[in-house]
Design a binder for this molecule. Structure first.
Ligand SMILES: [Fe+2]
Ligand SMILES: [Fe+2]
Length: 374
């Protein structure tokens, strides 16, 4: 039996055993039905609430609760909103029929029972119920497919982004682990700042592209192991605008945020950064967050021109530059999550630093100008 042909549960409620037996016989002769009978309407109600049947057929005159009272109680239960209800009434009682319909009964079966007529009404009701169940299943399947397709598109978009970031990173000292750590740090700051989860996610996915513009910076500058002269530094700075040009004007919110981050992750809170020299809250929040995450990770990573700074020293650098280089709120948020930062560092260690093999020196902390890959 397929899902669409699954058994329909029909509940019969009548205090008269003879009527109940007749009805049971009638319903049981319909294909694909399972019958449950009750002589007491209160018991039928409790059973329906727990079992969500397809159809209830109820008599009107019963001791205690009447048929119309049962209809009212069934209709008041939100869990039974798709339930179909048939009233059994005598033809001489149009008042009860009207009341039952007004209370939400779908149709009625005249008494005394005519097997052909009652059988036809029951069959129609059950066909209606099966069709609406099949429709609901179809809608759920469609919804599921749309959800899966959307998730697949988002995943592919993210994959393309990570690959693009990886392409840039092949030309640089930075490693794959760097972009992962920066993403995690950025999300951490966003969370600590109280941004909604959806925004944390977009930031997390966009952050890997902060340096994608380095694709457009010549090798002799990008890979230079010593400090850059003024002209070289000027060219190096262009990676922000190149990255922005690569990513801008997309329909994708993710790429638009990535473009903003690429452009603004070297702006400084006091206005001394580049490329635009923006200051304070004029710098987009995503750029301010990635500035903290990226600088911290560059400081605590080994590079050909410097050794890895201890975490405490890098934290001190952030603290001392809070309000000048960095947004104080972002620094506060970052410093408040030290344990998670340590865990992220342990989870994504550098496995393939492209070092020159030259002796590494600890660059003078903490006010040293980091003019290299940060
Ligand atoms: Fe950069
Ligand atoms: Fe970076």
């Amino acid at each position: 039996m397929t899902a669409s042909e699954a058994l329909s549960t029909v509940v019969l409620v009548d205090d008269d055993p003879l009527s109940l037996a007749l009805l049971r016989h009638l319903v049981a002769s319909l294909p694909g039905t399972r019958v449950v009978t009750f002589g007491v309407p209160e018991e039928a109600l409790a059973w329906c609430l727990a079992n969500d049947p397809d159809l209830v057929v109820t008599d009107q005159q019963m001791p205690g609760m009447t048929g119309t009272e049962l209809v009212r109680a069934l209709r008041e239960a939100p869990v039974l909103r798709d339930l179909l209800i048939l009233m059994v009434t005598t033809v001489q009682d149009p008042e009860t029929r009207r009341e039952a319909v007004l209370l939400g009964a779908n149709d009625y079966i005249p008494k005394p029972l005519d097997a052909v007529e009652a059988g036809a009404r029951l069959r129609n009701m059950l066909a209606l119920r099966r069709a609406s169940r099949a429709l609901a299943r179809q809608a759920a399947t469609l919804e599921d497919e749309v959800r899966r397709a959307t998730a697949a598109i988002t995943e592919r978009e993210h994959e393309a982004i990570v690959r693009l970031a990886r392409a840039a990173e092949y030309r640089d000292w930075e490693t794959g682990a760097h972009i992962l750590r920066v993403s995690w740090y950025a999300r951490l700051v966003a969370r600590e700042l109280g941004l909604p989860t959806a925004e944390q996610d977009v930031l997390f996915r966009a952050a890997p592209m902060h340096d994608v513009g380095k694709i457009g910076v010549p090798d002799y500058i990008l890979l230079k192991p010593s400090g850059l002269d003024d002209l070289e530094f000027k060219i190096m700075k262009e990676h922000t605008e190149i990255g922005h040009r690569i990513l801008a004007d997309s329909d994708s919110a993710l790429l638009r945020m990535a473009a903003t981050i690429a452009l603004t992750h070297h702006e400084r809170y006091d206005g001394t950064g580049y490329p635009a020299g923006m200051s304070g809250d004029a710098i987009p929040l995503s750029g301010r967050i990635v500035a903290v995450a990226d600088t911290f990770d560059a400081l605590t990573s080994e590079r050909p021109y410097k050794s890895e700074w201890p975490m405490g020293l890098a934290m001190e650098y952030l603290r001392q530059n809070s309000g000048t280089r960095f947004d104080p709120e972002c620094v506060r948020a970052f410093l408040g999550a030290q344990e998670e930062i340590a865990r992220i560092r342990r989870t994504f260690p550098d496995t393939h630093g492209r070092t020159t093999g030259r002796p590494l020196a600890l660059v003078a902390p903490p006010d040293a100008e980091v003019r290299f890959a940060v």
